[in-house]
Design a protein around this ligand. Structure first.
Ligand SMILES: Cc1cc2nc3c(=O)[nH]c(=O)nc-3n(C[C@H](O)[C@H](O)[C@H](O)COP(=O)(O)O)c2cc1C
Length: 430
């Protein structure tokens, strides 16, 4: 019998990360959802169904066949589908999250195979589907897996990109399951359209504006830059800036929430990678330039929110510069490449490019000059000399400048500001 909670089906596949789904189920319980677990045969090699049954309070589905299957006991349904468990599960769930999703299951989903409960249910459900892949880096990067992931994305399946780091197989690279709180947050966002307060979130406070709940960026690929680049002086020192990266991350999160595929090129920030966003970590202006130019052709919208160093040290010391070596050290700086200008020059026709201008004086005039000089479609300008907004602050304020005029952006959390900026970008897209 339904107790009024929203039913979420958690599919667990046969990978080392299957144990992390135990935490995911607990988080979904804590958040007030009613998680039901479906395990593949391979998943049972890693975690016992009893563990999930104890946490979810429901029988765990492990097979299409036999005694384990078909035991649908809710007494408020009498249709024939009621007795066919995978159809029942597919029709009654409000969302299917598969974590970890193996390479095998992604292939089955992409090709429409239906030889076990989970793959059969996937075909039978009309509920939103999210997959959180986890696997060895070579499996993840294999063209077959890449193609399967793209096929699923193209069919509206939300993909929570795996992270990078040490993998259970001993290798280092992409393929590590996103953390359970991040996965739970994407589930909550998908179900409600509202950032799940208390989970990840960079979107600190807010119920997001109602416009943000519509997937009005579906079909767009948004390339966002964020953070402050670092230019090495010697192996231990660098020239940096005060950008926290929060604004760019908020734009990436908002665009992802509004249905876009998002690539976030991030200079060092210390922020948690937003779930569902592909993050490319870089350090220097030069690395940022390479990463942006490499991915530019995929983008339909580019939002350049990073604070990129205008200068780099001409000659980086090979060893740490010692205090005793000299009374004074003179660093010769040379200009870095202008990434924004290069992006404008090389963009695919129709790609919208938004620049950011952090100014300490004459913000509007300088913003207008940047708009005209760089050939971007719009500039978000803010006066970072004002206390409490801009760099390293929780809030922001400024103006969205286009050739047609200026829209004032009042003091808002960066999450809300991100949605306001995207509202304006959507108008540009027309
Ligand atoms: C020790 C071990 C660890 C594995 N880890 C993973 C993994 O992390 N990701 C993955 O895609 N496959 C992994 N596999 C392979 C899958 O278990 C295998 O492809 C299986 O058929 C997947 O079945 P399923 O998709 O029905 O769960 C692993 C296999 C073994 C033996």
């Amino acid at each position: 019998m339904s107790d009024g909670r929203v039913k979420v089906t958690v599919g667990v596949c046969g990978g080392i990360a299957a144990y992390k789904s135990v935490e995911l189920v607990r988080l979904l319980q804590d958040a007030g959802y009613d998680p039901h677990v479906v395990m593949t045969k391979a998943a049972e090699e890693f975690v016992r169904p009893l563990t999930f049954a104890a946490i979810s309070g429901h029988k765990v589905i492990t097979s299409l066949w036999g005694e384990e299957a078909g035991a649908v006991s809710d007494d408020d349904e009498s249709s024939i589908e009621h007795g066919i468990e995978h159809i029942w599960e597919a029709q009654t769930t409000k969302l299917l999250i598969v974590a970890p999703a193996t390479a095998d299951m992604l292939a089955k989903f992409a090709h429409g195979l239906a030889d076990d409960f989970l793959s059969t249910m996937f075909l039978a459900t009309t509920a939103p589907v999210i997959v959180a892949p986890a696997m060895n880096v070579n499996m993840w990067e294999h063209p077959a897996t890449r193609a399967n992931v793209e096929t699923l994305r193209g069919r509206g399946v939300k993909v929570i990109e795996p992270g990078s780091g040490y993998l259970a197989c001993g290798m280092v690279g992409g393929g590590r399951l996103a953390e359970p709180p991040a996965i739970a947050a994407v589930v909550a966002e998908t179900l409600t359209g509202v950032v799940a307060k208390g989970y990840v979130s960079l979107a600190e406070n807010n119920a997001v504006p109602s416009a943000a709940m519509e997937p009005d960026f579906a079909g767009e690929t948004v390339l966002v830059t964020a953070g402050g680049t670092r230019e090495a002086i010697d192996p231990v020192r660098f020239i940096g800036n005060r950008s926290s990266g929060r604004m760019g991350y908020a734009v990436a999160e908002a665009a992802q929430r509004r249905g876009a595929r998002v690539i976030l090129v991030s200079a060092p920030t210390g922020l948690q990678e937003p779930p569902g966003v592909e993050v490319v970590q870089v350090v220097s202006a030069d690395e940022m330039r390479s990463a942006v130019m490499k991915r530019l052709r995929e983008a339909t919208i580019v939002v350049m929110a990073a604070a990129v160093s205008d200068y780099r040290v001409r000659s980086v010391a090979a060893q740490k510069i010692k205090r005793e070596a000299a009374r004074a050290v003179i660093l010769e700086l040379e200009a870095t490449e202008d990434i924004l200008r290069e992006v404008v020059a090389q963009r695919v026709v129709g790609t919208i490019v938004i620049g950011f201008a952090a100014e300490t004086e004459d913000a509007l005039a300088n913003g207008r000059a940047k708009l005209a000089g760089k050939g971007v479609d719009a500039v978000v300008v803010n006066d970072v000399s004002v206390e409490g907004i801009g760099f390293d602050a929780e809030q922001n304020a400024g103006s969205f400048l286009t050739r047609g005029g200026a829209v004032e952006l009042p003091v808002l959390s960066k999450a809300k500001m991100a949605d306001r900026i995207l509202d304006e970008v959507a108008k540009l897209r027309g």
